[in-house]
Design a protein around this ligand. Sequence first.
Ligand SMILES: [Zn+2]
Length: 308
Amino acid sequence: MIFKGRHLLPILIASLTAGSFSSCTQQQTSNNTLEASAVPVEDPKEKSAPEAKVVATANIDPATIPASKIADAATILGRKQVPILCYHQIREWRPKDSENARSYIMPVQVFKDQIKMLADSGYQSITPDQLYAYLTIGAPLPEKPVMITFDDGDLEQYELAAPELEKHGFKGAFFIMTASIGRRGYQHYMDKQQIKDLADRGHTIGCHTWDHHNVKKYQGEDWVTQIEEPTKKLETITGKPVRHFAYPFGLWNHDATVELKKRGYFSAFQLAEKKRDDENPLLSVRRIIASGYWSPRTLHNSMVNSFK
Ligand SMILES: [Zn+2]
């Protein structure tokens, strides 16, 4: 089945991401500790100057990690979770934006204040590759790691968010919905050159399906249309492998983790749900939506409470 009705997309995004939102901020309890690595890593001194302050971390290519070294699912689930934030549109609220929509549309200054809080609080951004190395082989992370992710490929993520991250030495992960690349309309989207530019600047480009349909409903050819073809397209655009995925609306199930793993994905990111897949925790990593209503302090409290 090939999905039709792309005009419904904004409504679907609005209703479902907003629907997921209320559970984003609930607290989660666990007693995990950050583990140090016994696996040799690259010498951090080899890093360039802006990254040199990121102590005890290394960029390990996930493709070089042998399957025999990858921890079992229980070990991965037992590691302390890294706070992962999810952003969508970064723009001023419009009169027509519903109350729910405003929970995930970031007014520009709110976004800048949230990112500044992360920097002022000593957080250091990590990439999906770094997270994967940490979860699979216990590779070390900065003392206060955070992952900053962006879904859908909205133009303002390129024009506004990426420069703001770079101002503070952060790198982001951008999950692109390929159907809307270069689209102009009520919402503008990044074009190919802008996506490549982000990749060239050290940000991660991940896949967010072709046109944002729920992976729980895929059958047969949908996996080709929604996953395989968009992956190839993004790899052609960036000239780099694409191995990290974000679920549309954060919705996923076990079958989807299996299908993504089969297609070579190292990690996949959901939203809000506390439960991760027992067999494939790497394909069901948790994120929270950073709300447009949140002050920097509220964001910080949510990060601390949600990722334990
Ligand atoms: Zn999305």
